[in-house]
Design a protein around this ligand. Sequence first.
Ligand SMILES: Nc1nc2c(ncn2[C@@H]2O[C@H](COP(=O)(O)OP(=O)(O)OP(=O)(O)O)[C@@H](O)[C@H]2O)c(=O)[nH]1
Ligand SMILES: [Mg+2]
Length: 351
Amino acid sequence: MNVGIIGFPQAGKSTLYRAAALGHAKGEVTAVPVPDPRFDRIVSQVRPKKATPATVILHDDVEAIATSGKLFSLRFLEHARKADVLLHVVRAFDSPMSPYHASVNPARDQEAVNVEMVLSDLQTIETRMEKLQKMQATRAPGSPEYNEKMLFDRIKPTIEEGTPIRAIELNEEEQRICRNYQFLSAKQTVVAFNVSEDEASSPPENVKEQIEKLKGIGTQAFAVCATLEEEIAQLDPADQPEYLSSLGLTEPASARLVRAVYDALGLITFFTAGENDTRAWPLRTGSNALKAAATIHNDIAKGFIRAEVVHYGDYDAVGSLDAAYKGGKMQLEGKEYVVKDGDLLHIRNKS
Ligand SMILES: Nc1nc2c(ncn2[C@@H]2O[C@H](COP(=O)(O)OP(=O)(O)OP(=O)(O)O)[C@@H](O)[C@H]2O)c(=O)[nH]1
Ligand SMILES: [Mg+2]
């Protein structure tokens, strides 16, 4: 799952990227573990030879957004379109180095990018519609070109009003058409307002307001101080809690941010607690046990017999899988069982 980090120049994109990668950033693309206290608890109890957390792949290779003229360069578009989710870093700290906009105005910067995404998609649609008009196939009801034109005719006026494509209801066929175009406004976006060091624990009013506004329309948004986050990421994990509390924080904001990105991807987590390898697995929300089995290995899905399921809450209450099984908390489920976030699974299979 690919997360593209976007924003204006010098907004703190790379600093936040390095912080989220916990000091292990490799070049411009790094797989980053998704912090999950449930997983930590399972690992500390099972003590497996190997522990494999769920990860997301952060990309700091997206070109910065231009500050004048055409905001999105072709290079920007090429990279941003490939991402499954966008992480928009917005400058909310004052910096004499900043090459753009003399004043700090996070709401303005965030909205400018938002508007540009919608406009960019609109332009793609208009260009495509011009082509479609000229094609014979567009006039044959039921043809792919006909369906495309019907869809674009329907959604274009809504997009023209400034509505991002993700907010428009689409059926499966329409979603499939849209996926081909990798529209930016169809992607979930998580917004990180990068505040100054002295505002890390209490962000300024204008940032708070914008966060509330974004939350109101279903967009996850946070205040972070990227430079502090980078410092925290470089500390020994044992020293982190004290440093965090001295700053008035309870956990690194980058941890919350990575979780938010993971949620925005529409993913839940299930666990397999093996003595050799204990793992957290990402799974699309709403997937069944067969899909979960296939995530582990195709052979396990092919030989699927039953899934042994322990809900995380039941595990947590007794503190071990053994106790959960003995206490009758394990349920046997078939292929169609819809996996819940946090389930511990063991797939009985013929392979
Ligand atoms: N005061 C302060 N400075 C920050 C913060 N985050 C980043 N900076 C500084 O801003 C400058 C740019 O940070 P980068 O992380 O390189 O920004 P960027 O968005 O990756 O920049 P480009 O890739 O050049 O577009 C650096 O000097 C950082 O130290 C912050 O939270 N507070
Ligand atoms: Mg950078």
